[in-house]
Design a protein around this ligand. Structure first.
Ligand code: AVJ
Length: 328
């Protein structure tokens, strides 16, 4: 994806999102350089257990997670973040095979840089980075499937960190079906999904007392100011995170503290806000362990195994692509 292509889409999405009712912006745009580093900071916060819980699972069970894969295998990571989790899985696989092709897919330049740096520590890994959205990146990566007996090695797709949580149920189902369609029998999907837990814990994770998540959320407005000539006054918006138990999701908003008008220069757009009016910036769905398995099965995968973090915080599920005929 080229810079101008990205900018065109950013402009179109911001224009549409700020003119619809209720107003919304896509969480995809959180991750400029500042946003990517704020997200890395969130992952270190004591109130955000998600990353630590997942890392503990990969440290403890990484070897089992890559067990079905051997010579000729390659890994594709969708939404690579810092690359540290990928390294935990690549290391045990590299002990058994001479070389491992790794494809990093992310919309964030910063995430790709961090991941490349992390992976450079691993001698037998050949990493390539793709600045792309998930579907596009996966197509790129599977097109480069390493050749070998039986038409090429298996592909293990990593979709970790509960990135799937940003997709609403229909979008998640469609995404998994699209993913399955680009895979072959024997390929795998390692899916990390955050689990439903007490509301108070969830709200604390998305409204931390240090205000890092608030900064992460408001940076979206700062980014619009920087890149699209916006005039958002960041101090006149409040961060809000609420748990929607019925839909099993955290909803993040930016709430206007007053009646005001904001201009987005690059779009020639003036946006009016009422006092208390919000921009919905993110949904973070939480799952039950068997819900993850059923979602995979409906998309044409079978569950090889699921690992749950001991205190029930997080799940990692290895789904294998089934023969199309067996797909339900
Ligand atoms: C990267 C989408 C998994 O939803 O927990 C963290 C992003 N938002 N704090 C999540 C996020 C607020 C994160 N994901």
């Amino acid at each position: 994806m080229h810079r101008t292509e990205f900018l065109d889409r950013f402009m179109a999405d911001v224009g549409a999102g700020l003119q619809s009712s209720p107003k919304h912006l896509s969480p995809e745009y959180f991750y400029d350089a500042v946003g990517s580093h704020l997200f890395e900071a969130i992952c270190q916060l004591p109130w955000y257990p998600l990353t630590r819980a997942e890392r503990a699972l990969l440290e403890r069970h990484g070897e089992e997670m890559v067990a079905p894969f051997g010579a000729g295998a390659s890994i594709v990571e969708l939404g690579c973040g810092s690359g540290e989790k990928l390294a935990l899985l690549a290391a045990p696989l590299c002990k058994r095979i001479p070389r491992l092709g790794v494809h990093l897919v992310d919309v964030s330049e910063t995430a790709l840089d961090l991941s490349r740096r992390t992976l450079s520590r691993l001698p037998r890994v050949e990493a390539s980075a793709h600045r792309a959205r998930y579907e596009e990146g996966l197509a790129l990566a599977t097109a480069r499937r390493s050749p070998g007996p039986g038409g090429g090695g298996a592909v293990l797709v990593l979709f970790l960190g509960s990135n799937i949580g940003n997709l609403d149920p229909e979008a998640a189902a469609a995404f998994l079906r699209a993913l399955r369609a680009s895979l072959r029998p024997g390929d795998g999907l390692l899916l990390g999904a955050d689990l439903v837990k007490p509301a108070a814990d969830l709200v604390l994770a998305y409204d931390d007392p240090l205000g890092v998540t608030a900064a992460f959320n408001k940076n979206l407005l700062a980014r619009i100011n920087r890149e699209l000539g916006g005039t958002f006054d960041l101090r006149s918006f409040d961060h809000r995170a609420a748990w929607n138990a019925q839909r099993a999701r955290i909803e993040m908003h930016l709430v206007s503290r007053k009646r005001q008008a904001v201009r987005v220069g690059a779009l020639g757009l003036d946006v009016a806000f009422e006092e208390g009016e919000s921009i919905w910036t993110e949904s973070s769905y939480k799952y039950e362990p068997d819900g993850v398995v059923r979602m995979g099965e409906r998309a044409g995968f079978r569950c090889f195994r699921q690992w749950i973090e001991p205190s029930g915080q997080f799940s990692t599920t290895l789904l294998l692509a089934e023969d199309r005929a067996a797909a339900r």
